[in-house]
Each structure stands twice: as C-alpha cells, then as structure tokens.
Design a protein around this ligand. Sequence first.
Ligand code: F6P
Length: 528
Amino acid sequence: MWTPSNKPPEQLASWQRLAALAEQRAGQPIERESARFETYSARIGPVFIDYSKQRIDAQVIAALIDLAEESGLDDAVQALFDGEHVNTTEDRPALHTALRAPDGEGPKAVAGLVEAERSRFLTFAEDVRSGHWRGYTDKAIRTVVHIGIGGSHLGPELVCQALRPNSDPEIRFLTNIDGDAATTALAGLDPATTLFIVASKSFTTLETRTNAATARSWFVERTCEPAAIARHFVAVTANDKAAQAFGMPPTNRFAMWDWVGGRYSLWSAVGLPIAISLGRSGFDDLLAGAYLADRHFRTTTPARNLPVLLALLQVWNSNFLGAATHALLAYDRRLRLLPDYLQQLEMESNGKSTRHDGTRVAMHTAPVVWGGEETNGQHAFHQLLHQGTRAFSADLIATISPGHGLQEHHRWLLANCFAQGQALLADHTAGVEAQGSHVRGQHPVTTILLDTLTPRALGTLLALFEHRAFCAGVIWGTNPFDQPGVELGKVLAGPIQDELGDAQPTGSAVDSPTSELLAHAKKIASAR
Ligand code: F6P
C-alpha cells in the first residue's frame, strides 16, 4: 500500500544541492547555445514542448531528477494509476485516468462503471445532436445550457470554445451566482428547444443550485408543463438523490464519482456539452489524446517524462529562482480560457500549506497562475513582464497550423509568440537586445506548440497539465485532490446573505468592518 513520503523536501539532499546550484548561478545569463534546443525539447504525439529557455543545465536537471526520485515520485505515479488512496485527506483514489482508458484497459475496480456510463452519455449526446431526443412539443434541441461552476464548468467550456465555437446545437454556459449571468444565458431561448445540463459533483453548490432553480422556474413559467422537465433537464452528479429530488428521472441522471476530482472531471459525463458539440468521435479523440499523455507519464523515464520535467521546472522556478507567479500566454484565441482552467487546476490543487501528514510546509507551493489571450496582452501587461521588477515564469502556447485561412495573420501571431519568447529570455547587453536596453529579460519560458488544434492534441495537453500538478504536489508533499480552503468563504456568505434580506442582524457571525459595509449597502438599497 502506498503512503506519501513524510520527509519534508527541504531535508532531501537533492533539495539542498538545488539551493546551492541556484546560488552559484545567480547573476549568470541563461545559456543559449543552439544545441540546447535538441536536448531540452520533446514531443508527445501532436504536442511539442521546448524548455530550452529555462534556467537549466545538465547539473540542474540531474539534481531535479534526483529530487523526483528522493520524493518517491515513481511510486506515487504507480499509486495514482492503480487507484490507491492518493487523496489522503478524503481517503480515496483519484482515478481521472480511468476515464480515458480505452474499453477493457482501465483499472478493474472501476472500468465497468466508467465504460457503461461513457456509453450512456455518448449515446445521449448523439441523440441530442441528431434530433432523436426531442423536447416536450416534439421539436429537436437547438440550444444546450450547461449549468455548473469551477471544475464542473471550466474544462467543458474551454474545450467547446477551442474546438467547436459555432456548435449546433448552440452551447451556452451558466456559471456564477450573478443574476446577470442567468439573464444573459436564458435570453432569447425557446423552452421547447432548450436542454439544461446541471453539472455538479456535490449537487449542493450554491451557484449551480440557484441557477438550476432559476432555469427550472423560467421553464415551468413559460411551458406550464412541470412534467416536461423530464425532456429538458439532465444532471451529471455524484449525488444521485439530489438530482432525483430536483425532478430528473433516472434516464436523465449521469454519474460521476467521488474518486474523480471536479477539476479533473471533463473526461466524464461532465464533458456532456463537449460530446454534444463534437459528437462521439470527437470526444473519443479527446480521450485518446489524454490517454497518450497517460501512457507517456506512466512509462517514460523521468529524464524524458514531460509532466515530470514540467513539474520539476515549476518547483525550480518557484522555490529556487523566486518566481511567485506563472503566466500562461495563449497565442491561439481559441485557447483563451486556458489560463482560467489552469488557474483552477494549479491553484486549487496545490495552493496548500499543509502536507499529507498535517504538518506545515516550509516553502512556497503553487505559484499564482494568470495569463491571457495574445497578442492582446502584449498591448497591456507585457510592459511589466519586460521592464517590471518581479520574477515570474511563463508558458507560451501556440498552434503551428491555424484553424482559419488568414495566413498573414497567423504568421504574425506565431512571429509574436516566438519574439516574446526571445525578448523574455533576452540578455540586454548585446546585439539586437540593446534596442531594449531597459528590458530586464532572463525570465524562464517554456514554449508549447500544438501541430494543429484537434481534440487529440487538446486532450494530450490538458492531461499533461493534470499530471504536472500531481507531480508538483508529490514533491511539495501536498494533496492535489482536496480543496478545504474554499469552504470558509461559503460558510461566511450564509449569514451575510440573510442579513442582506430581511433577517435581523445576528451580530456574532459578521465581523464589525463587514457589518458596517453591510449596513451601508442596505441603506443605499432601501433609498432606491
Ligand atoms: O468550491 C470549489 C469547488 O468545490 C470546486 O472544487 C469544484 O470544481 C466546484 O466547487 C464545483 O463543485 P460541484 O461540482 O460540486 O458543484
């Protein structure tokens, strides 16, 4: 049985060696010989990764590989795939990899469940696409509204936006509690041709519960047919009882399981909008891409294992080179949600200060992840990237063949991506770099290139990121599969919302600065 290493990383010999290497190399320029490209780049299927612009050399890489070994990464990877309880605080496995294993190849304990549910939800998706599934007036579905938040939203919207922005049926996403979001999502819809997917692992999430109830009222008010909910609402959840109580019959309830974390769940029925948008073959390709990354991750030696190397670089940059933030710069507009997706994946997984055994970590864990759509960012925040004072690392992501016919636009886009990589690396003392004599440069950059943006390539990329987060967690000794830190805000919001209504102030639940703010908001609202 797998148990996490209880030796804090800072006590490992490799950690101390890395600290010494970082000190020795401080102030030295990042090496730039052309041979580095060959040494520090690799490919998984349609995804190519160039990490030659990182502040690394043979000694640093060797020490990082030792760190992976001393942290017990090999055993942890095995435990992840074998379904051991790697989610220690919640005492369960994290089996998202089982969701993309081909039929007959998943772990025995869950393969049957996964395959049966996959077949059910893909059949349903095909029925919606083909018009076989009909609304209560016998019309085909024209619009799908996916209601969910966090992990029950970001992956599905990212993939739909990237691969089929003009989907038929149209796919809309309703996520947050702001009534403006609900109003916008419902605007102009015909209830007779609208399907709502309520995706929530817990089925208790405030935003999703409230939006689902609003959608149901909207539907019933317009149709005067409460029974028609059965043709227009489906659920994806691990809380089957709550979906039943909402009014969904068994045919409309798709399972997810407590052994799949929300932010790792797009491969399950949570990906229903993806399946409706792309169809069964597109969804299968997405899974096949992820499976490719899984096989690579499971079988490749650490020195050539991309998720392992990317995680080690993350640790190197944030713990030894002082990069407190990590920018994800998407040089493909279709991937503009990638920074948001990655933000949840990295920051909810590894934004932790407690190790598996409950002790406090003695170092920084996940960096702040942020980013944007390029080249827009170049005309906004890149000023700080080039001349600001803060250390950061960056991933630049681009696609070699565009999804449109405007070749000149695409050459410019790619040229800007490569140019930014060059400028971020720049040592401003010589040659062309002298033009930007106050450009700081020397920022570690990884360039990720997709051959084309296909379901397979995106599947590989997202699975790679998932595994990077897992590996970094293993090294820091944190559990990437829980998120206890988000609970406090939820608890505090309850009494405040009561007081914003008619409830008498309870006093004790709200601190005094907040209660002043509350009183101010109520006064202004009542005067209007
Ligand atoms: O509050 C955080 C969180 O639990 C995320 O981890 C999760 O992805 C999201 O909320 C949505 O949760 P659910 O799928 O249970 O509605």
